[in-house]
Design a protein around this ligand. Structure first.
Ligand code: AP5
Ligand code: ZN
Length: 217
């Protein structure tokens, strides 16, 4: 199964993708994570992407597709993927359709996480991530059992993202509405769109997603 999680910054794509990964043995593919790894590694693509990401704009389709293709070539993705933060433009969606059909596959569900923009600024400004294993947390909504220590791996190395300030979040929301929201119609036309109310608690949203992914497997 191949599943796309669509939604604005803070909608819970990363949080839910990691839960689906554990539950269904799928692989989470986050172009945001891949780009941040390229920035950290100082590759040419990473150097180009850094300023764009810090401004809250979208990185070029060319760079994103190159990074995604490299990741797909690693070959551990055969059982299926949960795409988190990709595609984000119509050109990326068309490129993905071509890549999947070359591999004799398709998209089983494109799930739109429906949220209120206003609430996203609060979600994102409270977010932090474990540097050890990548688990995501929130100051209010997902607090580790022991303050400052990862529940999953015990690391105390917690980080906050450079683009998680209120001004950049507003730019990211704008980019989402202009460049990415049209994909809802794109997948509706393909008959694979599902909508989920993602304003509820993390566990409730997760149950709804598990229902959709479970019936697609
Ligand atoms: P990316 O890394 O994809 O970030 P994003 O889309 O802005 O999404 P976020 O990671 O901020 O949010 P999320 O939906 O994953 O929410 P999360 O689960 O963490 O992209 C970053 C940048 O990279 C882009 O701006 C762009 O520059 C570039 N980029 C990436 N992909 C690209 C592409 N394909 N093309 C071009 N450029 C690209 O949740 C947020 C917080 O809320 C967490 O703290 C969480 O614990 C909490 N939370 C989650 N769900 C709930 C809930 N139901 N209730 C309460 N709290 C919740
Ligand atoms: Zn951890």
């Amino acid at each position: 199964v191949n599943v796309i999680l669509l939604g604005p910054p803070g909608a819970g794509k990363g949080t839910q993708a990691r839960m689906l990964e554990e539950k269904f043995g799928l692989i989470q593919l986050s172009t945001g994570d891949l780009l941040r790894a390229a920035v950290a590694a100082g590759t040419e693509a990473g150097r180009e992407a850094k300023a764009v990401m810090e401004a809250g704009a979208l990185v070029s389709d060319e760079i994103v597709l190159a990074i995604l293709k490299d990741r797909l070539a690693e070959g551990d993705v055969k059982a299926g993927v949960i795409l988190d933060g990709f595609p984000r433009t119509t050109a990326q969606a068309e490129a993905l359709d071509a890549l999947l059909s070359d591999a004799g596959q398709g998209i089983d569900a494109a799930i739109a996480l429906v949220v209120d923009d206003e609430a996203m600024v609060g979600r994102i400004s409270g977010r932090f991530t474990c540097g050890g294993c990548g688990e995501g947390y929130h100051d209010t909504f997902k607090v580790p059992a022991k303050s400052g220590t990862c529940d999953k791996c015990g690391s105390t190395d917690m980080t906050r993202r450079a683009d998680d300030n209120a001004d950049t979040v507003r730019e990211r929301l704008k980019a989402y509405h202009v460049q990415t929201a049209p994909l809802i119609g794109y997948y509706e036309a393909q008959g694979v769109l599902r909508k989920v109310d993602a304003m509820g608690e993390i566990g409730i949203v997760a149950e709804q997603l598990a229902g959709i992914v479970g019936s697609a497997t």
